[in-house]
Design a protein around this ligand. Sequence first.
Ligand SMILES: *[C@@H]1O[C@H](CO)[C@@H](O)[C@H](O)[C@H]1NC(C)=O
Ligand SMILES: *[C@@H]1O[C@H](CO)[C@@H](O)[C@H](O)[C@H]1NC(C)=O
Ligand SMILES: *[C@@H]1O[C@H](CO)[C@@H](O)[C@H](O)[C@H]1NC(C)=O
Length: 310
Amino acid sequence: MNFQKFFVLTLTIFLFLKCGGVRLLEWNYDSTNQLYWSLDCDFESNDLTNSKMSAELCGPTCSRTNGCTHFTWSDYQGGTCWMKKGSISKNNAKINKGLVCGIVDNNDPDNGGQTQNNVLATRHGATEMGACELPQGDYAVNLPVALGNIDSLGYLKFNGKYCGQILRINCGNGDLDIIVTNSNLGGGLDLYGSTWDLATNRKPPGETNCSVKLTNRNMLKSSDYQCYHSTGETNNSYYRNVGLFNTNGKLVVGAKFKGADGAHRGNNGYWAFDGYGTGDDQVNFYFQDGSNHAVFLRDCKNGSNKQIWS
Ligand SMILES: *[C@@H]1O[C@H](CO)[C@@H](O)[C@H](O)[C@H]1NC(C)=O
Ligand SMILES: *[C@@H]1O[C@H](CO)[C@@H](O)[C@H](O)[C@H]1NC(C)=O
Ligand SMILES: *[C@@H]1O[C@H](CO)[C@@H](O)[C@H](O)[C@H]1NC(C)=O
């Protein structure tokens, strides 16, 4: 045994003893399937679907399954792949002997939409809920913008589907993640005071240019999709106005309730329905990518208290 090998072996034994035999997770990258995986690790909850298969197939299957962002494989029933949804980080992995877990890399928040350059930005000096009427909640991103519809915004011209979505802007002072809380028809990015100050490094109010793109980040700290009633009338059987938020960047472009199409009433992300229905009926939200998500009306939260932005 040469000195180097001896040294490495001694160090390994030392670290093993020092850590009480508990290893840190070792992440491997599978470039074919664009995912990270590790042995002896687990992600809890957020189940999307599960299926019996070998450990080797679990990651690749997740990466080809719409909405699957991470997974855990266990030997349950001879081998089961637990596909999971929602935003996730390697730091959320728990050590669990005998399991395999992983994260699909192409769900990286950086892989949202294309970057639009030279978008006019102005300062919006107000404290208000904004046209999007987003519900009160535990927000992951607190820097608001009123999104406009000038041509330089390209695919990001205001539409209710952008309410609550997270944009990444750069106005010459580094990347900043901001949340769409309002519309600014006829204009560009109308940055609220808190956003303007960080984006421009406290320039006086005026105009500036920013790049902007859509991210896949969630507005709330939780990783689950969340349906809200726009008003406190959560069990009005003849009228409802509901929206689906926290969708990992998926854009809701339609909604149906008991066969009827919903419509936006105002520049927001809620879908209004007239006609009879109860909490035991489902509203189906349709995403721009062709997928959809059904929610029982009873599971839509009371969103009558609105978040105030400034
Ligand atoms: C913003 O960019 C446009 C196009 O590049 C340029 O004509 C304009 O002067 C810029 N405005 C500011 C305030 O930097
Ligand atoms: C929804 O919340 C609002 C505000 O807290 C409240 O006034 C209203 O009664 C609630 N609605 C229901 C059906 O509980
Ligand atoms: C209306 O909604 C509230 C809050 O969600 C619930 O406590 C109450 O039982 C509902 N009432 C009816 C008649 O369904």
